[in-house]
Design a protein around this ligand. Sequence first.
Ligand code: PRX
Length: 654
Amino acid sequence: MSTNSIDSLLHETRRFPPTAEFSANAIAQAGLYEAAKADRVGFWAEQARQLLHWHKPFTETLDWSGAPVARWFADGEINVAYNCLDRHVLAGNGDRVAIHWEGEPGDSRSISYAELTAEVKRAANAMAALGVGKGDRVAVYLPVIPEAVVAMLAIARLGAVHSVVFGGYSSESLRSRIDDASAKLVITADGGWRKGKVFPLKAAVDGALANGTSSVEHVLVVRRGENEVEWTAGRDLWWHDELEKAGAEHEAQGFEAENPLFILYTSGTTGKPKGILHTSGGYLTQVAFTHKNVFDLHPETDVYWCTADVGWITGHSYVVYGPLANGATQLMYEGTPDTPHPGRWWELIEKYKVSILYTAPTAIRSFMKLGRAIPDRFDLTSLRLLGSVGEPINPEAWIWYRDAIGGGSTPIVDTWWQTETGAIMISALPGLTTLKPGSAQVPIPGVKIDILGEDGTRVDPPQGGLLVVSEPWPSMLRGIWGDPERFRETYWSRFSKADDWRYFAGDGAHVDADGDIVLLGRVDDVMNVSGHRLSTQEIESALVSHPIVAEAAVVGAADETTGQAVVAFVILRSDQEAAQTVDEASTMLRAHVTGQIGAIARPRQVFVVAELPKTRSGKIMRRLLQDVAEGRELGDTTTLTDATVMQIITDKLK
Ligand code: PRX
């Protein structure tokens, strides 16, 4: 972010205090901050007891003796699925709609808590019959359909561990995730709907399992796309057949609070994605707490909609676990925002009378580009709260969101968190905080955040630094699957001293004069494209795996809609230079990255260059390439081995 825009963010003067009416009815009251301040750990114990059902109550709240691996509520026992299902039915809310689901072609289903519970029980029995039990890993590769939720909860119900892989990832990405976690079972669908077409999922699973050495014993296939699929007898089974055979009764058993709940892969600074591990009791406590208090959830009357795919952490925490633990009624939508028309989201809000909407700045900016006339055609007056997540929201987009979508009156909660943090860490509480566009503002009660300078000392406002979490929190990651060393190195080595553990988030942040936190984006080689995390190195590895490429460098260049965009610079192998035109090479390489990782990683541009700028120690200077990609004057080139390289690159690109 340029210094100019940081300045304007820090001097943002618009303020939006909550209305008296909102505050009076708000779930979160000021006492929360006071209670957390008086006894932070005790505060979380209280939340865990109030919000969740424990099969066996815990007596110990936090064990930090094995830092940086925390144990929360460790002697307690819990069943995560029971908390999201059975207990609501037992409390007399079985008829409440859990999920209004809308398929992209316009088909829809409304599923009550009683129905969802029954379906999960059958799915749990079906999976148990296939040998899935406590601790086993199950990969889930599904579109946004109710079966994705059913599958995740059934796995959780058995004490097994899900690894959901976003349906847009390629066969290759799926394969590496299945292998890393040694998954026993894969749950997929024949296809899903996207942009008016069925995209095949089963074929990607077949590709991922093709070399025959996989740990996978069975593939359960949901029928959704009605497209043709290949079938491996003995291995592949239809979801509906297995559920039909399965018994209807399933008693949820309690598992220890630290029993792993899921692994979710996310990009880091190296080429290999990290399997972020989350466990049960602490995770569910913080997602339930934040979902209720940040979104001001009134489960009897609200209709909540989080637009995230279940393949991302936002989908895990705020489509599946948070809302269902709190007994919310929510909308799930399978497709893209512009199919079959650009007002589809607003039509859905009108149809289901959505009252709380949680989405990403990139979506808001693309709607902004299309203009207000589109949302203006729909009745959006049911909305009373808006949320934002995934990347910094610029004040213009914030104001547009509030005016065009929120009718000029809804509060907006800008929520900062990560796959690793499991749940929201920094956000306004809508009945309490005076909102400020462009700032996520304050840590939630019970979370301790600091902004440190390079030397590890706290910066004074208004100054910039690096964001750390200074005390363990319930939904924190418990590790990187199979790689404890990388876990310590990535998150804990930078600022921790002796017994003083500091979690380094990888984000830069400023504290403004009011003490509010303004997020500035990643400080490492991680890009944020449309709110999705991508690693520059992972894309570089994908590029150099193509036979025509000798070397590659990838940068995230500022992009008006997607926040950042992937821009690649490649050197072709000398025997290939003449063989293809630059355009051919670029098209081929964009397709290659899609095949290796998935369409989300496809570079916006691939530039064929003769050389890359390197320091004397051989490090690629991505900063300079970023200047070129963003059309800026070049920064300092004095540390380059050969300063003329940049001139050649810029001249060529002109
Ligand atoms: O850079 C921050 C950005 O997204 C990163 C985490 O990405 P991921 O693990 O994919 O999770 C995204 C959804 C929680 C962070 O390191 N980020 C997330 N939310 C915000 C944000 N940056 C600024 N403001 C936010 N509200």
